[in-house]
Design a binder for this molecule. Structure first.
Ligand code: KG4
Ligand code: ZN
Length: 339
């Protein structure tokens, strides 16, 4: 086995009950049980259903991760757990499990920031060295451009959305197009059959700073649908997706150039989007920027990312979190680990 601390990470901020185990920067297991199908008929995640599903799934997900890693609980050096942002009831299941384990095993526990964890999953690509990068974090609740110097101690947020998050925009447009929940993967699939140049949707705040706005785009798509009810759904999906991808990458690459940083990390659920991945690869190649984008399965919520940020914090000498720590529905990125 490779060197470094053996860390078990628990993620329960939304509808995935997930446990990952890493040794240093090596991924050993990444087990996910999702309650997404139980929420589908409501068109969004129902917090109470998510919390109950976490309670039911937690023991077997932990057992499976240990089994796949070929380790026992006694071998674990530290436990990491998402403490926020997220749904409070859902977070509490994870933080209670983590603190219970820490007490029983007499090991340190790290309450970590879900957003920092999304970025830190990049560290599990052992072929790359950990160096300064610009981060484009695009999830269901967040869209931010970040300057990363030390992931384990805090990062500088350069800009973020002033209204909807990128994933939220995907989910809302999918609902307008009567596609399945969650909307991002549905739009991604439908867009492959459409023409991305069919409709010129607006690119919000394109010329200003590093902030994003997706509400104008949402309104434009909604208006287009009402005015042309028989238009081709796949063209709308592809053109909408193109507008989001264009604005995200324009700003992320501008940040790399203006800040003199030649590495871009794209993370969060929307980083699983196939068009974003292809276009990012092309634009980064042209600009001479190294693109670091995790495999799709590590972009959406998972436990490996929680184990990754915990492992980085442990290796950087960051102190563990005090037992009895709070869960937070919102949490800034400059605090990767709870005190
Ligand atoms: O990071 P994540 O799994 O959960 C949060 O922390 O929010 O992100 C979930 C978001 C959802 O809005 C979902 O629709 C979006 O990521 N998403 C995608 C794709 N896969 C997931 N958006 C676009 N294309 C995808 N392939
Ligand atoms: Zn997430």
């Amino acid at each position: 086995m490779s060197s470094g601390p053996l860390v078990l990470g628990i993620e329960t901020s939304c509808d995935e009950t997930a446990v990952g185990i890493v040794c240093g920067r090596t991924l050993l297991a990444n087990v996910i049980s999702s309650s997404v199908e139980e929420h589908a008929r409501f068109g969004g995640v129902v917090p109470e259903i998510a919390s109950r599903a976490h309670l039911e799934a937690m023991p077997s997900v932990i057992e499976q991760a240990l089994f796949e890693s070929n380790v026992t609980l006694k071998d674990i050096d530290a436990i990491g757990v998402t403490a926020g942002p997220g749904l409070i009831g859902a977070l509490l299941v994870g933080t209670s499990a983590a603190q219970g384990l820490a007490l029983a095993l007499n090991k340190p526990v790290y309450g970590v920031n879900h957003l920092s964890a999304h970025l830190a999953v990049d560290a599990l690509d052992e072929s790359t060295s950990l160096k300064p990068a610009i981060g484009l974090l695009v999830s269901g609740g967040h869209s931010s451009i970040i300057q990363i110097t030390d992931m384990a101690r805090g990062v500088e947020v350069l800009g973020q959305t002033i209204d909807d998050a990128a994933g939220e925009a995907f989910d809302k447009i999918a609902r307008l197009l009567e596609l399945d929940f969650p909307g991002g993967p549905s739009i991604d699939r439908l867009a492959r059959e459409g023409d991305a140049r069919a409709i010129e949707f607006p690119r919000g705040l394109q010329d200003s700073d590093y902030n994003f706005s997706f509400s104008g785009l949402k309104t434009a798509v909604s208006r287009y649908l009402h005015q042309t009810p028989h238009s081709i759904r796949a063209d709308i999906a592809a053109s909408f997706q193109e507008a989001v991808v264009d604005v995200l990458l324009t700003k992320a690459l501008r940040a790399c150039i203006e800040r003199g940083i030649d590495s871009l990390i794209i993370a969060g659920g929307v980083a699983a989007n196939s068009r974003l991945r292809t276009e990012a690869a092309e634009r980064c190649e042209i600009a001479g920027i190294e693109l670091r984008i995790p495999p799709s399965a590590l972009c959406t919520d998972n436990g490996a990312m929680v184990a990754a940020i915990t492992s980085l914090a442990l290796s950087a000498g960051v102190a563990p979190t005090h037992l009895g720590f709070a869960t937070l529905s919102t949490a800034p990125l400059d605090h990767p680990v709870w005190a």
